[in-house]
Design a protein around this ligand. Structure first.
Ligand code: ADP
Ligand code: MG
Length: 340
């Protein structure tokens, strides 16, 4: 074969570093929605609006009524590895915010056009910063922040080609908001597409929110899960076997408020259904796991969708028994004679 030509080692330009890093975080419009809603929640928003055009490919705007960003910090918000959420390793290990990597806004602005408008508490008016031009201008809005993202992957056509139809991208965006909505009944969410309201979840208590998001049928065909032991608390709802579906599209697991996909937890849940679900039937469930922050590492994956437990076996077992109890409870109740 050809003799490889050695090229000298060079440091990558900042812009390329950001674009490479963005590949890990921003896969499609729904990833942008997830990051922007995370930020709104971290800012203490009580109302969050998500506005999409062409499935989010053409435009995504997320508006919140949170604390806002002070004018002098607006440019910093867009810088890589710049965050207001942690200051030290100690704080990383007990992090209670969704974000902490200081990467999302920088990543998004390296693969799309972006502008951030914000009005900090007590500021006389808002300011809008255009990421590309760096132009900073006074703007009109009440307290809070709006982030507008346009033409995702406009400068990286190879990545743009991986996007699916607008309808599919829209469905992923809505699913991303749904995941947040299940975990945060105290926050109101609206999703708009092409100027039309597609979802609205009003501030509610947790049961009402579950019903609003997952529907009456799920509530009727599921049972409450509750287990507590030491630093671990598990709650939520487990669907009865008859509510099982052919697709695994109603399975929500949260660790300390963060939506995760965890093989260990999924396996524990599956084991709980082992005697009652056969073949490829997929159970429906929403499980919230609260655990002392020093017992779980959330800094495993750039999107934080994976976590690592200090004691995985214990979590697996407790999840399994918690779900089993919920299912068994319903069985015994259903077979008990009237009056018992
Ligand atoms: P991270 O969330 O990991 O800190 P981001 O790039 O997502 O990193 O955001 C950078 C910083 O910008 C945040 O730490 C926060 O201070 C600020 N910020 C971003 N979005 C908002 C928002 N919606 N409201 C208030 N501050 C925000
Ligand atoms: Mg963030």
């Amino acid at each position: 074969g050809a003799v490889p030509q050695r090229r000298s080692i060079r440091e990558l330009p900042d812009e390329l570093i950001s674009q490479i890093a963005a590949g890990e975080v921003v896969e499609r419009p729904a990833s942008v929605v997830r990051e922007l809603v995370d930020n709104a929640l971290d800012a203490g928003a009580s109302q969050i609006q998500v506005k999409l055009m062409a499935g989010g490919v053409r435009a995504i705007a997320v508006e919140d009524d949170g604390l806002g960003i002070p004018l002098e910090e607006l440019p910093l918000a867009l810088k890589r590895h710049a965050t207001s959420k942690i200051r030290s390793l100690d704080e990383l290990e007990s992090v209670h915010t969704m974000g902490f990597r200081g990467e999302a806004l920088a990543a998004i602005s390296s693969v799309a056009e972006m502008a951030v408008s914000s009005r900090f508490e007590g500021a006389l008016h808002a300011h809008r910063l255009d990421a590309r031009s760096g132009e900073l201008q006074p703007a009109a809005r009440s307290r809070g922040t709006s982030v507008e993202v346009r033409e995702l992957f406009f400068s990286t056509p190879a990545r743009r080609k991986f996007l699916k139809t607008d309808a599919t991208e829209l469905a992923h965006c809505v699913e991303s908001v749904r995941r947040h909505a299940l975990a945060r009944p105290d926050v109101g969410f609206t999703v708009w597409h092409e100027g039309k309201l597609v979802e609205q979840w009003r501030q509610a208590n947790s049961d009402t929110r579950l019903k609003d998001v997952l529907g009456d049928a799920f509530m009727a065909e599921s049972r409450p899960v509750y287990a507590e032991s030491g630093p671990l608390r598990i709650y939520g709802r487990a669907g009865l076997p008859e509510a099982a579906r052919s697709r695994a599209d109603m399975q929500y697991v949260y660790v300390n408020g963060r939506y995760v996909r965890d093989k260990l937890i999924a396996h524990g849940i599956r084991a709980a259904y082992e005697d009652v679900l056969h073949g490829h039937r997929q159970p429906c469930y929403v499980l919230f796991i609260e655990i002392a922050p020093d017992r779980v590492d959330v800094n495993v994956h750039p999107t934080k969708i994976e976590v690592r437990f200090r004691d995985g076996r214990e979590v697996h077992q407790k999840v399994r028994y918690a779900v089993q109890d919920a299912l068994a409870l319903s069985r015994s109740r259903e077979t008990a004679p009237a009056g018992v």
